[in-house]
Design a protein around this ligand. Sequence first.
Ligand code: FRU
Length: 495
Amino acid sequence: MTSQTLREARKYEETSGKMISKEERPAFHLAPRTGWMNDPNGFSWYDGKYHLFYQYNPYESQWGPMHWGHAVSSDLLHWEYLPAALAPDETYDRDGCFSGSALALPDGRQLLMYTGVVRTRQENGGWNEVQTQCLAVGDGVDYVKYEHNPVLDETHVPDGGSRYDFRDPKMWQEEDGSYRCVVANRAADGSGQILLFSSADGFKWNFVKILSANRNRFGKMWECPDFFPLDGKWVLMTSPQDMLPSGFEYHNGNGTLCLIGDYDRETEAFRETADQSIDYGIDFYAPQTILTPDGRRVMIGWMQNWDTCNHRRKHDEAWFGQMSLPRELSLRNGRLYQKPIRELEEMRTNRVCYEKVDVSGEVRLEGISGRRIDMELTVRPEEGGSLYRKFSVRFAGNEQYYTSLSFRPGESVLKVDRKFSGSRRAIIHQRRSLVHHRNGELKLRIILDRFSVEVFVNDGEQVLTAVLYTDQEAEGISFLAEGTVSMDVTKYDLR
Ligand code: FRU
């Protein structure tokens, strides 16, 4: 039943995954078992566990023939690898099993929906990829592709929609037991649109409507949509390609977009009321969400970006690509808030705490260092003093390297900068974001895990994510101020 292609991938990943030691991997962020990882796929709860699949090329630490890697977890932080779930082994997906989603069927089986890719020769000699949506059904380890695949193809796309950019289905079940899915598509105007489909049984799907059209507002093609209710509104997330920058909100290239709005279940119409970036750092893309059994909306993203993929070269390491921390979502004041999943707090140990430390010049604090830490900082002007000009925290530091966050209250700008993190590539290493502060008071929660930093600003109002491959010995942390800052800091190691 298992194809030769999948058997080979499973054999390969088993042997080669063993050659990568635990210390060479992130401690609590999922990285590929071996080779390359991009988007999270099939993020779901099934058979008493969280399942996370991912875009996967086991054979090289760069993008290639797309398989689905597979891992399970009971706390979303400690992951166990399972054998690869899908390989490109059928006529309708021979050039890749692209991104998709998963859900549990009423009969106890797990349903996967993914994009099957077939490269076709164009008249001018170039190549194009035909993309269709396909199903596979399984028991949480082994999956059988559906005999009537593909279930959605160009005949299901509205007029003018492209059959070459039609991908990344995200399914969910409605309260009445029926199913819906959103799929990304390129419209006649060259930019993205999100198509809504429905199904009574998860197998036969019908086009409902264009849920949202880009009309060239936010980049061009939209990838990896997700659509869900949150705190009385509905949220449409997508990852646009070819963005133009807009103030500090959106940056050039591949970005992330969150459209907040109202959804009329009768007419299935979505009306946008606000838009924002999802992550304001350097490395975040293609997020997908899950509703946990206890009712939390949790998001995980690819902690990387297509525009910075050459951060490491093919032969630098046996793996490339990581998932972000799982983040609990909520809406506050019309904005998307993100908090690290609360299970992380159970990994906290070795608490070190300082209150009202005056920082002026550079300060190091006894007990504050490390590369697997959870650190909370509050900074404000010293009592009765004037507003400071700049505050920075440097981490993953030694004599040679550091990465920094710096905040200039006069401009309300927070910058993440990994220029001196040891990278040898001329890619983007800095990003600035506008943040809110009250008279210079700013709250930061900084989470480090060997190869990454995630910064949660003002209790999750904004997040800045970046990967860093600095030598692990560089674990110094220091605080700097131009002017005087009064700082509270609490640091935990993450066990
Ligand atoms: C987004 C994406 C998806 C596609 C997948 C291919 O990162 O381009 O649209 O399904 O990656 O690996």
